[in-house]
Design a protein around this ligand. Structure first.
Ligand code: ATP
Ligand code: MG
Length: 476
């Protein structure tokens, strides 16, 4: 089998082969590394399966490198891992495991594992394209071992299981999501029998841990066209179980000739659009969730049509709940996604009226460091089929961006702090922390954002004295 390896990869693989030969233990490259090398995709890890103790092989390999990498091993699973430095400063991970066969019982995730042959090990892998091995043994070094014709399926861009798909999915239902993830990552099709089995077994996704499910969701979202994956999740019946809020975006209703677009397919287009512009997972989540508040706010107004008033506020409020439900991190990233969902209509609203500087200033202040991300999201949100319309929207955005640049240069609002703080107010008037301090501080900020006073210390000070006087306060 001819695959293209970097010099470092070649060195790593030959060293593994040498260690295996020293131990007289047959060993094979297997799974994702073989698949990705044949497809000429970049790889950052490799799996080795051996006929013997994977932990012993890992130690033997580690000894041949200088300095010796440490071996992380898990006795219960019989797996071991070493990390080797690459020329670009990153690490290449190699995982070792003894060939095995395993079976899961109907209700439990705990597999029983026993040693097996290479073929048995290949049989328990999820897809034919993930079950190919390459020999590292002296007698047939480099031979492709492909009992299920993974090579044919790679060429046909086809995902199918080596066994009866119902069997493969019943052993580990996460494989149903992996099939969909590979379809999105590689732009492959899922074989009809395999997809039928996914539809039939979709409910069994319930026994899989949320962490494993969310890992796959993130990988789908990070693929070149995430929309492919979410469409398949929806068609398979899995999405309604793991993410009903997204499923609720489906449907384009029509009353008395007034309709609205299908928010599910619109959302898929928005994620595909943003995927062309950024690899940032959280911006992609923001695109996925930007209209999530629409089903809850949908109304029909006679004579006017469907409205979704306040969907950005309702949607933003849903973000923390969805993050908690999906066990996504409840940190700064969640807050960024929430903010982007909440602000996603603002730049569009700025293209409509005769826009004042103060409206632009407010957006810069509210978006802060996320302003560029917000503009990317808004661009991606334009999904009209009408080319002229799209062109007009994009032009309007360019104008808003231009205005933002001018205002930003003038007022520096991006990470702006008002020139007088709450502490300043307390000091000048001898006030304890309390309601009055808040009123004065907010009034200063609003006055500057509204352009009533310039953004300087002196102007803010004068304004503060006036505002305080109206509250019967004098400087001490
Ligand atoms: P990626 O690294 O992009 O997630 P991968 O196919 O390399 O994709 P890994 O999780 O690294 O996936 O697993 C390596 C190999 O182990 C797979 O190619 C497959 O042969 C096997 N494998 C992984 N997870 C499963 C699973 N849930 N069921 C069956 N086989 C699996
Ligand atoms: Mg891998």
């Amino acid at each position: 089998m001819q695959i293209i390896l970097s010099h470092t990869e070649e060195n790593i693989i030959e060293t593994i082969a040498r260690a295996a030969q020293q131990l007289q233990m047959p060993a094979y490259l297997i799974g994702g590394f073989v698949r990705d090398k044949i497809l000429e995709r970049p790889t950052k890890d490799a799996d080795i399966v051996c006929l013997g103790d994977g932990i012993e092989l890992a130690h033997a390999v580690a000894k041949l490198f200088h300095p010796h990498p440490s071996v992380a091993f898990f006795k219960n699973f019989g797996t071991a891992q070493i990390k080797l430095p690459l020329p670009d400063g990153t690490l290449f991970e190699v995982e070792f495991v003894g060939a095995r066969k395993e079976s899961y019982t109907e209700q439990s995730r705990k597999p029983t594992v026993v040693a097996g042959t290479l073929q048995e090990d290949q049989l328990r892998r999820d897809f034919t394209i993930n079950a190919m091995g390459i020999s590292l043994n002296a007698n047939d070094y480099g031979t492709l071992l492909d009992p299920f014709n993974g090579m044919r399926d790679l060429k046909a861009k086809m995902i199918q299981t080596p066994l009866d798909p119902l069997q493969t999915f019943s052993d580990d239902p996460l494989r149903m999501m992996r099939a969909i993830r590979f379809a999105a990552q590689l732009n492959f099709s899922i074989a009809a029998v395999t997809f039928d089995a996914i539809q039939k077994d979709a409910h069994r996704i319930k026994i899989v841990s949320q962490e494993r499910i969310t890992d796959e969701l993130n990988k789908i979202l990070l693929s070149p066209k995430p929309g492919i994956g979410f469409d398949l999740l929806s068609q398979s019946g899995i999405l309604s179980i793991i993410f009903p809020q997204m499923m609720a975006l489906h449907g384009a209703e029509n009353i008395d000739g007034k309709g609205h677009k299908d928010n599910f397919y619109h959302t898929l287009k928005v994620i595909d659009n943003i995927a062309k512009e950024t690899d940032d997972l959280w911006l992609r989540w923001a695109a996925l969730l930007h209209d999530i508040g629409k089903p809850a706010t949908k109304r029909f107004e006679t004579g006017h049509g469907f409205t979704f008033h306040g969907h950005e506020v309702v949607g933003a409020r849903m973000v923390p709940k969805i993050f908690a439900q999906l066990k996504l991190p409840m940190n700064e990233k969640m807050r960024q996604v929430k903010k982007l969902v909440e602000l996603h209509l603002r730049p569009i609203s700025l293209t409509k009226e005769n826009i004042t500087d103060s409206a632009i200033r407010r957006l810069l202040f509210d978006a802060g460091d996320d302003i560029d991300a917000l503009m990317l999201l808004c661009n991606a949100d334009i999904t009209s089929k009408n080319k002229q319309k799209v062109h007009r929207y994009l032009q309007n955005f360019e104008m808003v961006k231009e205005r933002m640049k001018e205002v930003e240069e003038k007022d520096h609002l991006r990470n702006w702090q008002p020139p007088l703080s709450g502490e300043d107010v307390m000091r000048v008037f001898g006030l304890p922390p309390g309601r009055k301090v808040g009123i004065i501080k907010d009034a200063i900020r609003e006055a500057i954002l509204d352009g009533i006073i310039p953004n300087t210390y002196e102007d803010a000070y004068t304004f503060m004295l006036q505002k305080a006087a109206s509250l019967n306060l004098q400087p001490i």
